[in-house]
Each structure stands twice: as structure tokens, then as C-alpha cells.
Design a protein around this ligand. Structure first.
Ligand code: GLV
Ligand code: MG
Length: 312
């Protein structure tokens, strides 16, 4: 399902308001791995219906290159979801990779989107399964059901944390979502980050962190995004092209890590294939089959980010 985009990088996922001609025109020029054109919370209720045609036009008339292209539709508790999908997939489904579904509360929400997509794809003459799904976890109920949500459809490509809506859902006493809370001793979202990561990885999904709302504070973004980068997340939302540049760096391995991962794979191959050893010294550390797995992840992610192994 949705083969083109499933394994493409998503270090930076740029949010673009679907009602803004200016932002829609600018979006393809940003250096972001993924772009989503938003019909949900960055679009005013009075603009919701008109924004659909703007989004369709932007998808069809602009060159989006290789990036993953997604539209965030309105949540099932609104009156707009089915109309968003019929209009956007029906009229611009060929280039579109995915639909993002916000405020997912249960596996049934994802199944309903899967069924609707199948009908719209059939009517539009698209292959069934062409459009993937990105699901946002942004409520207490969604987090409780995250295991079932991540297993709900073969169309799912990513699971995303939405810190702003989530803070509202659990009644956290903050007025800015997705930033550090100095008064809290530690990382207030560590449990949530880990919980979503386990569910996503157990089901082979990419796992994405949501927005950092202080858009002018790029150093603070760099620092804050290490929390999910170091846990193993694939990427994070960008609200501006400048945020995307920071995230492309943060969620890529460094050249040094990439080269070291290749060296580990090479040393381990020689040890196992040529010397029949399962564990071997690599510099001053012991490496074995688990080291090979860790190194393979670095090589895959680095290759996806466009790195090449340095010449020795
Ligand atoms: C994103 O949608 C969020 O609510 O943080
Ligand atoms: Mg949200």
C-alpha cells in the first residue's frame, strides 16, 4: 500500500495552511522531506470548504518533487471530513501520497478512513491502497488506544504526536504546546513519547513528533527536538522552512556516526563470514549481532538522508 512514500524520509514535516494562497505557493520551495496541506486547525471554519479547491489546485499545478505530499483533513467529530476526502482525493489523488487524520481516538476512526478512501479511489480510477494514512494521537483516549490504532489498517504509514491538542485533552496547565516546561522536573511528555514510539515501531510505522510553537526560537527547537530524536523518532513537524532546516539536521545521523556504522558492519561481516566468530572486538568495544542491527539502522537512515560513506 502507498508504496512510494512508505519508506521516504520524514525528518521535517512542513505544515502549510490550506486557505493561504501565499503559503501554498511557497511550500514546494522549502527544504522539507514531507509537506502537509492543512484543512484542519490552521484553517478558519468559514474558509474550510473554499480551502479544498485551493489545496486541489496547489497539488495539481505545482511541482512537489520527490517529497511526501499529504493533506490533513478535519477530524471525524467535525462535519467536514468526508467532503475533504472526496474533494481532495477525488480531484488530486494521483500525486497525493497520504491523508493525515487528526484526533484519532480509536482503531475504528482509522478503519472508517480506510473504507472511505477505498470508495473514493475506485471512483477516481486510482489503484486501491494508493493513498496512505498518517494518524495523529492528540487525546487521552487516543493514547490509551494507540496499540490498536497503529494496527488498524495496512494504509498506515506514520503515527504522530500532537502536543498542543494533547495538552488541552489532559488539562495540562500550559498555554503553549510542544515546548519545554521549566517548572516540571524532567521531560513532561517522556511517557507519551515512549508510549507512541512502542506502538508505532511494533507495527512498522514511522513515528513523528508534532509542532514546536515558538517558531522564532531555532536553538530552543534544536535542543527540544533531541528528546524525540534520541528516543528514535523519525522526524518532527516544521511550522516554517527555517524550522525544517534545523530538523533535517537533528534527525539525520552525523557523517561520523554513518561512517562508524559502516565500519561496524564491515568488521562484523569479516568476523562472522571469514572467521566464524559471533562476537569480536571493534576498537575497545565488543560487537555482536545486536551491534549489526543498530548499525544497520544508522546506515538505512543515513542513506535515506542522502549521506555517502567517506573514503577511507
Ligand atoms: C498538532 O496538531 C497539535 O495539536 O499539536
Ligand atoms: Mg492538533
Amino acid at each position: 500500500m502507498s508504496e512510494r512514500s512508505r519508506n521516504l524520509p520524514r525528518r521535517s514535516c512542513l505544515s502549510t495552511p490550506g486557505s493561504s494562497d501565499r503559503f501554498l505557493a511557497k511550500a514546494p520551495t522549502a527544504t522539507a522531506d514531507m509537506t502537509f496541506l492543512d484543512l484542519e486547525d490552521s484553517v478558519a471554519p468559514n474558509e474550510k470548504v473554499a480551502a479544498r479547491a485551493k489545496v486541489v489546485n496547489a497539488i495539481r499545478s505545482q511541482d512537489w518533487g520527490e517529497r511526501v505530499l499529504c493533506v490533513r483533513v478535519n477530524a471525524w467529530d467535525s462535519q467536514w471530513t468526508y467532503g475533504d476526502v472526496i474533494d481532495v482525493v477525488g480531484n488530486a489523488g494521483t500525486r497525493l501520497d497520504e491523508i493525515m487524520l487528526p484526533k484519532v481516538q480509536s482503531a475504528a476512526d482509522v478503519v472508517a478512513m480506510d473504507l472511505l478512501l477505498t470508495q473514493v479511489e475506485k471512483n477516481a480510477g486510482l489503484p486501491v491502497g494508493h493513498i496512505g494514512i498518517e494518524a495523529q494521537i492528540e487525546t487521552a483516549r487516543g493514547l490509551i488506544n494507540v496499540d490498536d490504532i497503529c494496527a488498524a489498517s495496512p494504509r498506515l504509514e506514520t503515527i504522530i504526536f500532537g502536543p498542543a491538542d494533547f495538552a488541552a485533552s489532559i488539562e495540562m496547565p500550559v498555554l503553549t504546546g510542544g515546548v519545554a516546561i521549566p517548572e516540571y522536573p524532567g521531560d513532561h511528555f517522556n511517557y507519551v513519547f515512549s508510549r507512541i514510539l512502542m506502538a508505532g515501531r511494533a507495527n512498522g510505522l514511522q513515528v513523528i513528533d508534532g509542532p514546536f510553537l515558538k517558531v522564532r526560537e531555532l536553538d530552543a527547537l534544536r535542543e527540544f527536538s533531541q528528546r524525540t530524536r534520541m528516543l528514535g523518532y523519525d522526524g518532527k513537524w516544521a511550522l516554517t522552512p527555517d524550522q525544517a532546516l534545523v530538523l533535517n539536521e537533528v534527525y539525520s545521523p552525523t557523517q561520523e556516526q554513518f561512517d562508524r556504522a559502516w565500519d561496524i558492519l564491515e568488521a562484523y561481516r569479516v568476523a562472522t563470514d571469514e572467521n566464524n566468530a559471533g562476537a569480536v572486538m571493534f576498537g575497545d568495544e565488543m560487537i555482536d549481532e545486536a551491534s549489526r542491527k543498530m548499525a544497520t539502522k544508522f546506515v538505512t537512515r543515513g542513506t535515506r538522508a542522502g549521506l555517502n560513506r567517506s573514503a577511507n
